[in-house]
Ligand binder design. Structure first.
Ligand SMILES: [Zn+2]
Ligand SMILES: [Zn+2]
Length: 195
């Protein structure tokens, strides 16, 4: 990992330079400029891209909020120990979609996609943000919005999804949005990139 990748701040102004550096390093500088924005509402996927309008969206909850202390995640099959690393891997993944699109090729997770991914150091195409094994802890999921929350220990009390209680339940604890807890499985997915 290039050291210039490590001083990321959660700012959209740094993203174009970041994108260009990955473009040069892994795509021969062939990719056209692409807009990149952060989204707090993107919770099911770590990132996505709309190739027709060249727009990459990145998830604040999955690329930032999940990182606590010594967190280690696997992203695109790459072991990541910082949000900067995770961000770079997600960007690379989204950029492969654009790279295929620019070549007038089908731009899903095709054989061509996987070949390019391996070439730029990503062993896995299925690239959610996964907690690598062994990792103990608990995951709590909201049945309404599917938001996930991780805790090292089991919560001793009932907790409801703050977002849903606030948006749909008037702000008070609402049983409908109670978080269901279970022990983490290995390789727990906390976010998939759809494209
Ligand atoms: Zn919720
Ligand atoms: Zn994808």
């Amino acid at each position: 990992m290039n050291s210039s990748h490590t001083d990321l701040v959660l700012s959209e102004t740094d993203l174009p330079a970041w994108y260009q550096s990955l473009n040069r390093e892994f795509f021969n500088g062939e990719l056209p400029p692409c807009s990149i924005k952060w989204s707090r509402r993107l919770t099911r996927t770590a990132g996505n891209i709309r190739v027709e309008v060249r727009l990459i969206t990145l998830s604040v909850p999955l690329l930032f909020d999940v990182w606590k202390g010594d967190t280690v995640f696997e992203v695109c099959g790459v072991r990541c120990t910082s949000p900067e690393q995770a961000l770079a891997e997600i960007l690379k993944h989204e950029m492969i979609h654009l790279w295929l699109f620019e070549r007038k090729l089908p731009c899903g997770h095709t054989r061509e996609f996987r070949r390019k991914a391996r070439e730029i150091g990503q062993p896995k195409t299925r690239h959610g943000i996964a907690l690598p094994a062994p990792k103990s802890g608990w995951v709590y999921e909201c049945a309404s919005c599917q938001a996930k929350m991780f805790r090292r220990r089991r919560l001793g009390r009932r907790v409801a999804c703050a977002k849903c209680c606030h948006q749909l339940g008037g702000g008070d604890y609402d049983e409908r949005f109670r978080l269901r807890g279970r022990r983490l499985k290995n390789e727990e997915e906390v976010g998939q990139a759809t494209r």
